[in-house]
Design a binder for this molecule. Structure first.
Ligand code: GLY
Ligand code: MN
Ligand code: MN
Length: 438
């Protein structure tokens, strides 16, 4: 399953239509990020740039120019020229001809031509769309180009309105097509397989990074990379929400929390599972785990067309608080605890976020000041948890240092919530059964 140029073109068509007549949009891919001295991180295209172009090389800018109708438009791609010597050292380049033949650009130019060519393109335009405020270097370039276009305009119009391109593109990305959901399903299947392998391979005495390597093995075997830095936290490390050191030993009797997943063709998955390192939950671990699982299952059920974005959170919080009261970890009145958010002692993050090409995907959460409601094709994570700090003296010692989160990825459909990540087990009985066989 691969997106084709027809898919990318259909996205550009929709963008152009929304831009209106006499408009120009510019969108740049990500810069190459340096790791240390001259060693760089593996390049990953900017998600919105890739969404519109399918072009995965660095140093590229896409330009879309509409004419009087707003439906006719010209798509230009500025990219690296082919260069035999550079390609021997650093790998293949699509080049100018390839941009036209294989990436459906109407016009293609060397990236070095951007400063010159963009001035002509700005003439006779009313609106300029770009990603305002994301990269200071681009902001200042755009200001400079506008000034140059003004100086050279010779009576022709130049854009008098600057619009935030992301408002259009983010809304497009928020609603996933059937094909995008298929890609996310593949990313989720591979990620679920990785979690299953981790449950099978874990042993007391293993290092957290060795368990992370088991996940990476499955990602790598499928040509994928993690969609974010993997969290593999044994025991109380699970109480550190963004724990990524992954350098401690996994101990008999502790749980391990793994929040890890891969991306497939730039579409992310995001999964958390928490399971016992020795294969069997202790009574305290079991009690807390079941509360979170109940909260998670009920929260998933709340992902229905028309429900508030916050509905799953409210459902989850109520079940978590009731559970904490039942176990004696909190006391008082449930309504007061919810109202004052006193539960944040144990549950201090939200219950989910949009998921797509970016793990914390684009798309507004509110409209006109209100939480928006679920619509077909939106994808959201559901990830309640409880984290009892190791030094929390308000609770009995037996609870301290337990951290649990369960996270799945859910598509809003007209038939109710579709869980992309169901291939990895999450009930106590299923986890213990899987681990007993390993
Ligand atoms: N893995 C990042 C998150 O769950 O939000
Ligand atoms: Mn998440
Ligand atoms: Mn996660």
């Amino acid at each position: 399953m691969k997106l084709t140029q027809a898919d990318f073109q259909e996205r550009r068509d929709r963008l152009a239509k929304q831009m209106g007549p006499y408009s120009i949009a510019m969108i740049a891919t990500s810069p190459v990020a340096m790791r240390n001295r001259d060693a760089d991180y593996k390049f990953r295209a900017d998600s919105s740039f890739f969404y519109l172009t399918g072009f995965a090389e660095p140093e590229a800018v896409a330009v879309i120019e509409t004419e009087d109708s707003g439906t006719e438009y010209t798509y230009s791609l500025f990219c690296r020229e082919r260069n035999r010597e550079m390609e021997i050292w650093n790998g293949y380049r699509v080049g100018i001809d390839g941009a036209i033949q294989d990436y459906a650009a109407d016009q293609a130019y060397a990236i070095e031509q951007l400063d010159k060519e963009i001035i002509t393109k700005l003439l006779n335009k009313e609106k300029l769309y770009f990603r305002v405020g994301q990269r200071p270097d681009l902001d200042s370039k755009v200001t400079m180009w506008l000034k140059q276009a003004l100086d050279q305009n010779q009576g022709q119009a130049i854009p008098t309105q600057i619009q935030q391109l992301d408002i259009i593109v983010d809304e497009m990305r928020l609603h996933k097509s059937t094909k995008e959901i298929e890609l996310m399903q593949i990313a989720s299947n591979i990620s679920a397989e990785a979690h299953t392998r981790a449950m099978q391979k874990v042993r007391p005495g293993m290092m957290e990074y060795a368990l992370e390597a088991e996940l990476n093995y499955i990602f790598g075997q499928n040509g994928c990379v993690p969609s974010y830095n993997s969290i593999v936290g044994g025991g109380e490390n699970a109480c550190i929400l963004h724990y990524v050191e992954n350098d401690q030993m996994l101990k008999d009797g502790d749980l391990v929390l793994i929040d890890a997943a891969c991306e497939y063709q730039c579409y992310a998955s995001d999964i958390t599972r928490t399971f016992p390192i020795n294969g069997q939950f202790s009574p305290e671990q079991k009690a807390l785990y079941q509360i979170i699982l109940d909260a998670q299952i009920a929260a998933i059920d709340a992902i229905q067309i028309g429900n508030s974005y916050k509905a799953p959170h409210h459902v989850a919080v109520r079940i978590l608080v009731q559970g904490l009261l039942d176990l004696g970890l909190m006391s008082g009145n449930i309504e007061d605890i919810i109202e004052t958010e006193a539960y944040r002692q144990f549950y201090m993050h939200g219950t989910g976020h949009w998921l797509g090409m970016d793990v914390h995907d684009v798309g507004s959460y509110k409209m006109d000041g209100d939480w928006r409601t679920y619509e077909v094709g939106m994808v959201v994570t559901v990830e309640p948890g409880l984290y009892i700090a190791p030094d929390d003296e308000t609770v009995e010692a037996k609870w301290r240092g337990i951290g649990i989160r369960i996270e799945d990825d859910v598509v809003v459909t007209s038939n109710g919530p579709l869980v992309l990540t169901k291939n990895v087990v999450k009930s106590i009985a299923d986890i213990e059964a899987l681990m007993a066989q390993s």
